[in-house]
Design a binder for this molecule. Sequence first.
Ligand code: F6R
Length: 249
Amino acid sequence: MKIYKTRDYDDMSRKAANLIAAQVIMKPDCVLGLATGSTPIGAYRRLVQMNQEGDLDFSRVTTVNLDEYKGISPDNSQSYRYFMDENLFNKVNIDKRMTYVPDGMEADSQAACRKYNEILRAVGPADLQLLGLGHNGHIGFNEPGDIFEKETHCVTLSERTIQANRRFFDSEEEVPRQAYTMGIGTIMSARNILLLVAGQDKAEIVKNAFFGPITPRVPASVLQLHPGVILVADEAALSQCDLPLSGQL
Ligand code: F6R
C-alpha cells in the first residue's frame, strides 16, 4: 500500500484529482469506479475544472458506481445517481450512457443485483476504483459482517451508517435502510484502488483497517491484500498511525 499524507482536505482532493486525471490521460477509454459521500467532492470539483479548462477529456471514459440506496429514484436529490450527475457527470463531457449506478428503483433485490453484476462483468474490471471509508470500516456499503461478500448485494445499513447519513435527510425516518452495493470481490478486482480519507473522526478506523487484522468485521481491512492500493489521507486521518518518515509503505 502506498500512503500519501496530505496537509488537509484540499491537499487530499488535489492529489486525488491528479491521480484520477493521470489514469484518464494514460488510458482515455478507461473504466473508473466511483464513490459518493463527502470525501470525493473536492476531487470531483477539480476534475470538473480540468475538464472545463480543456485539460481532461472524459468522452471515452466508462464509470461504475459503488452503490445506490434502495427505493430512491434517480431524480431524488439524495440518490447517488443524482449526486454523481450534480458533482461530475453533468459538468464534464462524459457520455452519460456510459455511467452506471445500481438501479435503486428495482424493488426485486435479486434482479437489481443480477442486472448490476452483468453490467460490471460486461464493462470489465475498473482500471481505478475510488473509495471512501466509513467510520465502521465499510467500503461501498459493505458493512461489517461475518464474510466478505463477493458480488453486488442488497444490504441493510448499520445503525451507525444510518446515523452518519442522517445529516442529508430532513428526518431520520427518511434515511433509507437498505442499499445495493458492489461486492468486495468486485472492488478487489480493480487494477488499482484509490482510497481517500480525511478528518480526525476517521483516525481510529484508518489505524484499525490498515494496521490491524484482516477481517470482515472491518471490511476495508481486505484492501491490505490488494497490490495496487493508494491511500491519500490527511494528517488528521493518519494521526493514530505510526508511519515511516516518507509517509509511504
Ligand atoms: C459512497 C460509499 C461509502 C462512503 C463512506 C464514507 O459511495 O460507498 O462507502 O465512501 O460512507 O462517506 P463520507 O465520504 O461521506 O465520509
